[in-house]
Design a protein around this ligand. Structure first.
Ligand code: NAD
Length: 258
């Protein structure tokens, strides 16, 4: 038996990076997975890869910043699988931006990273409630929710918002006596396309310095994060509510940001 057998999971941003690793691992552990992303061709490749290994997956076009897209995605989950048990709000962007950044870029980051998590969490709670499903909502925040760097003004603010929203959503579910848990995950640096794009736009010594800040001596791999998500998605974490799981090679525990 897989650790999430018979659960129906939707992973946003599942066409690439951490989301792809999360979707593949959930599928390997028995979940039926909706690959939700704006990158259709890449998303369909992930579906093909999961099916080739005997798993069940489907692609759904979803812009997390669009409330209408969330309605469509929830309708697909119910029509195809009858319910939704797991939502992983993973899609995010991380453009470099200091306190001199444009308001337009600030709004774009907030729209995807924070509005997207609000819309997704709200839609999933409604769907889980309507179908009587037990649920787990996992919000991918960042260690940048707890600290800031000169180039992460909007990113840190958006991820800090995700961290706090997670706790408010968890308390909402508890107050309403809904069998839905909401938790956040805070990855350290993993070399995904998003992170590569960020460091490509910076002087090369910045990446070397970032590796050096991780006390464990190296950056993370997408599966390091995916295994934490798998735990929160499974019933093994049935007593875990409103918590934050830091997976960062010791970065936050160190004086690496000093
Ligand atoms: P990535 O760029 O490799 O993948 C992000 C995916 O999200 C892509 O498939 C992209 O198409 C999709 N996406 C972007 N905008 C979208 C939208 N509006 N609607 C739907 N999908 C959209 O990024 P990643 O490194 O895998 O990051 C995934 C998440 O993890 C992000 O929220 C990021 O902030 C967070 N995170 C990553 C790291 C890291 O080191 N990689 C560290 C901390 C937090």
């Amino acid at each position: 038996m897989g650790r999430v057998s018979d659960k129906v999971a939707l992973v946003t941003g599942a066409a690439s990076g951490l989301g792809e690793a999360i979707a593949r691992l959930l599928a390997r552990e028995g979940a039926r997975v909706i690959i939700a992303d704006i990158a259709q061709a890449q998303g369909e490749q992930v579906v093909d890869a999961i099916r080739a290994q005997g798993g069940e997956a489907v692609y759904q076009s979803l812009d997390v910043a669009s409330a209408a897209d969330w309605e469509t995605a929830m309708a697909l989950a119910v029509a195809r699988y009858g319910r939704l048990n797991v939502l992983v709000n993973n899609a995010g962007i991380a453009p470099s931006g200091s306190m001199e950044m444009s308001f337009e870029l600030w709004r774009k980051v907030m729209g995807i990273n924070l509005d997207g998590v609000f819309l997704g969490t709200r839609a999933a709670i409604r769907t889980m409630q309507a179908t009587g499903a037990c649920g787990s909502i996992i919000n991918i925040s960042s260690i940048m929710a707890m600290v800031g760097q000169p180039t992460t003004a909007a990113y840190s603010a958006s991820k800090g918002g995700v961290r706090s929203l997670t706790k408010a959503a968890a308390m909402h579910c508890a107050a309403e006596k809904l069998p839905i848990r909401v938790n956040s995950v805070h990855p350290g640096t993993c070399l995904t396309p998003l992170v590569q794009a960020y460091y490509d736009s910076q002087p090369p010594e910045l990446l070397r310095a970032q590796i050096g800040r991780h006390p464990i001596g190296h950056l993370g791999e997408p599966d390091d994060i995916a295994y934490g998500v798998l735990y929160l998605a499974s019933d093994e974490s049935k007593f875990v509510l409103g918590s934050e799981l830091v997976i960062d090679g010791g970065l936050l525990a160190s004086d690496g940001f000093a």
